[in-house]
Design a binder for this molecule. Structure first.
Ligand code: ADP
Ligand code: MG
Length: 353
């Protein structure tokens, strides 16, 4: 029998292949695989469902990620997917795989982080599962949320000439990871040396204790703006622009000079000899929201410090990055493709713009 290597498919190729065999028959399934969360008809509103799994040695390294922060991050990465549907997370179930390498106190630390996120975002923890693991700690959270039927936003709604908008700034989580990896390497080669994390508070926080953009969904509602499409940025801007374009069957022009990057990210990237634009495009875990709006909503968002206009949708063209010098490049994603990389954070500089 033929054997297809997963590395030739990639993560998204695999999901596409698997979803071919899945036929949903329940009339309440409004949308299954393919967006940030599934959409289920709950009568008066839609229920949203999403799940994320974090594996030790792949998604986190306990030599620098405190368990409490890890729990917090795993929870908010799920909430972020609910916000990306313009919804509100309400409930979650938490499953863990672990060995007796961990003490009760350690697992309580992990839970303290999950509980803290649940409190901050107003989400109830209503169950889960506990199993033993022989390959390190595994944390899997599934979050449920709700959204009014007329408010749900999919990846697939972007229209020609819509404006491409992003919240916050990008590349910080990736640069935070570079600092942590560097200090780990120094510590391993010279035990006893204290890590030098001075002056990197912002990017370390972006990596270790990110937040989901609850506020963005609230601000958009207050401003009376319903995005035409939306996705959260967990795998890097380039990957998410491609997903939006693919789902909406459109192209886009993304302007390098418009991509919001914090000055501390630029200076850290420069120290590492990395191009800050590449960090924003291909680095992951920023948990910002990327969305499109109709041009008629431009005035409502213009000048708002939470948002940056980074480009527009172009039907009939392929997704394009317009560099600072005006040259156009086909947008390619490196992102975090599960089967192409040993480890999150190893993707780095292999310039793909
Ligand atoms: P996100 O980055 O927003 O969490 P993913 O890229 O992980 O989304 O997943 C994309 C889509 O594929 C989602 O709809 C998700 O539910 C679905 N998906 C991912 N893995 C599987 C799987 N093993 N089986 C079925 N659906 C999956
Ligand atoms: Mg997502």
């Amino acid at each position: 029998m033929e054997r297809t290597e997963l590395e030739n498919l990639g993560e998204f190729g695999l999901i596409k292949r698997l979803s071919k065999h899945i036929k949903n028959s329940n009339p309440t399934t409004v949308l299954g695989i393919g967006d940030d969360a599934a959409v289920i008809d709950a009568g008066d509103y839609y229920t949203l469902i999403t799940t994320d799994m974090l594996m030790e040695g792949v998604h986190f390294d306990l030599s620098y990620a405190p368990l409490k922060h890890l729990g917090y991050k795993c929870a908010i990465s799920n909430f972020s997917d609910i916000y990306a549907m313009n919804g509100k997370p309400t409930h979650m179930v938490v499953s863990i795989g672990l060995s007796n390498r961990f003490s009760l106190e350690a697992i309580e630390e992990l839970y303290a982080g999950i509980i803290s996120a649940a409190e901050v975002y107003g989400v109830d923890i209503v169950g889960g599962d506990t199993v033993s693991s022989k390959s390190g700690l595994v944390v899997n959270i599934a979050a449920y949320g709700k959204v009014d039927k007329d408010k749900v936003v999919y990846r697939s709604g972007a229209k020609d000439k819509d404006l491409l908008v992003v919240s916050g700034d990008l590349g910080g989580a990736y640069m935070g990871l570079q600092i942590l990896e560097r200090e780990k390497a120094v510590f391993e080669s010279t035990p006893g040396v204290q890590p030098d994390l001075e002056g990197h508070d912002y990017i370390l926080e972006r990596q270790l204790k990110p937040e989901a953009r609850k506020d963005v969904v609230e601000i958009l509602a207050q401003l009376g703006v319903k995005p035409t499409s939306m996705i959260d940025i967990s795998d890097g801007l380039a990957s998410e622009v491609l997903h939006l374009c693919d789902s909406s069957a459109v192209g886009a022009h993304l302007y390098e000079e418009k991509i919001p990057i914090d000055p501390t990210v630029v200076s850290a990237a420069t120290d590492f000899n990395l191009d800050p634009t590449i960090c924003a495009l291909n680095g992951g875990e920023d948990y910002e929201l990327l969305f499109t709006i109709a041009q008629s909503d431009y005035e409502k968002l213009k000048g708002n410090p939470h948002f940056t206009f980074i480009g527009h949708i172009e039907e009939g063209s392929s997704p394009t990055l317009v560099a600072r010098d005006g040259t156009a490049h086909e947008l390619k994603a490196q992102g975090w493709d599960a089967f192409l990389e040993k480890k999150k954070g190893d993707s780095e500089t292999d310039s793909q713009v």
